[in-house]
Design a protein around this ligand. Sequence first.
Ligand code: NDP
Ligand code: PYC
Length: 345
Amino acid sequence: MTDTVTLKPDALHSRVVAILTKAGFHAAQAAAIARVIVAGERDACKSHGIYRIEGVLRTVKAGKVRPDVVPKLAQSEASAIVKVDAKGGFSNAAFELGVPVLAERARHFGIAALAINDCTHFAALWPEVEALTDQGLAGFAMCPSYATVAPAGGTAPLLGTNPFAFGWPRIDNPPYVFDFATSVAARGEIELHRRAGKSLPEGWAIDAAGQPTTDPQAALAGAMLPFGGHKGSAIGTMIELLAGIMIGDFTSREALDYLGSTAFAPRHGELVVAFSPEAFASGRPGDPFARAEVLFEAIAGQGARLPSQRRFTARARAEKDGIPLTAAEVQQLDRLLELGLDAVS
Ligand code: NDP
Ligand code: PYC
């Protein structure tokens, strides 16, 4: 008997939607959340795949997020700033509502920004920058998280794992996309190490006394470290400023104070900026997309791999053969569907 079950992405999407619907989600929120969770599994990004469903349900049960609301677009005809009020729901439906307007404004002005406020965000950011590259736009996305990362030289959690993603459209290839936490690793990775009983690599975290640790439990009670020392610390701080303070939303510290626990998905805002490469390159020599190809070929020509290549390979495999899940993961999906919010404490 095999320990692995293979599901087509559509079949997994239906299962996740059913779980969320039973838990009281509005159809637009359920479908949008399920899309990013399934995309995480399809692209072999387990830290933001189905394991996040429990956290989503826990956050609903604690009354820290509203599953039944519909996000609202704040229209401002002449502005390059598009605003969406998530109304205390998850970010995913709010992003899906705002992105067509963001793309239209970016084409019109050459650059435009989408600010999402009052949302709970638990997901990877690459689906969001890919929504821009799919439309021939470049762009980046960023958001705070909750205070779990010590600034470089500090000893206590203050910054979030604050992800940053960038995408550039390519002509006959998948886009150039990178997406990473500004901590050494995403917090989801620490949790997956804890669940698997594995030690962390050195340099990921400090314990509650500020001492280096490889014990995931001690790391969760202490603080994670920024990637690249003072450089990651500064980028994490920039994200607090632009995607927290500047858009009038929570910093990671404030998000944790609001939640009172990292057991829930974090609530804050998000900033997405879209660029039209044609508009910026207009009047200058060379086609920006052709010139970008020269750069990518030069990178690959040295034997280096482009970011997201692993993901795109996993995606192609999953689209052909289905998404492999362990029997335990399938049982957990069945349990979440049967028990709904009673499945989580
Ligand atoms: P990883 O370190 O796993 O990957 C970072 C990026 O680097 C990916 O684009 C990856 O591409 C690329 N990459 C990895 N190895 C190489 C290599 N050898 N050469 C070239 N590129 C490489 O990401 P993190 O653990 O930091 O983050 C994982 C996810 O967690 C992200 O999607 C992020 O958005 C999410 N996150 C979300 C948060 C939130 O609050 N919503 C908070 C923190 C993180 P590939 O995937 O192909 O390997
Ligand atoms: O993996 O660090 C993380 C994370 C925090 C919130 C969502 N993902």
